[in-house]
Structures are given as structure tokens and as C-alpha cells.
Design a protein around this ligand. Structure first.
Ligand SMILES: N[C@@H](CCC(=O)N[C@@H](CS)C(=O)NCC(=O)O)C(=O)O
Length: 79
């Protein structure tokens, strides 16, 4: 949900793929071979995983829209 909200907030169109966590797809195993977890954001053919890191990635790449996070590194580190 975290990624879907972030993508919606930025107005980004995307393709959503459901994942059966009891029978993980070859795509998931290929793009997140260490953790094998969702969500994974694939952008320009490259994966970003862990939802918080992917949200930060979205915020930085689509930086023409209102930011989610403060630009002050100290504030960001404080969460
Ligand atoms: N901290 C990670 C947690 C990811 C996570 O635990 N995902 C769960 C689903 S919500 C998962 O893929 N579970 C499958 C498994 O552990 O094999 C994030 O926020 O992305």
C-alpha cells in the first residue's frame, strides 16, 4: 500500500502485478533474489526494494511534484 499511495500522490501511471507469496514468481526471485519479498518497484528495468527506500526513490526521481520528505538531511534522518 505504501508504494501505491506514493505513486498515486505523484500521479504516476504504473503496471501492478499481484504476487502469490506461497508460490513466488520467477520475476520476484530474479529482481529480489536475496530477500524475495514484496513490494519491489521496477523503474527503467532496475528494482528498488524495501518500501521506505522505494518511496524515497519515487520522491527523488519525480521531484517536480510536492516532496514527501523534508530536504534537510538531519530532519530526514529523524524520520
Ligand atoms: N521492510 C520491508 C518488508 C517487506 C515484507 O516483509 N514483505 C512481505 C509482504 S508485506 C513479504 O514479502 N513476505 C514474504 C516473505 O517474507 O517471504 C518493506 O517495507 O518493504
Amino acid at each position: 500500500m505504501r508504494l501505491r499511495i506514493a505513486l498515486a500522490e505523484k500521479g504516476i501511471e504504473y503496471e501492478y502485478k499481484d504476487e502469490d507469496l506461497w508460490n513466488k514468481s520467477p520475476l520476484l526471485l530474479q529482481i529480489n533474489p536475496v530477500h524475495k519479498k514484496i513490494p519491489v518497484l521496477i523503474h527503467n528495468g532496475k528494482p528498488a526494494y524495501d518500501s521506505l527506500i522505494a518511496v524515497q526513490y519515487i520522491d527523488e526521481v519525480w521531484n517536480d511534484k510536492a516532496p514527501f520528505l523534508p530536504f534537510d538531511s538531519y530532519l530526514t534522518a529523524q524520520g
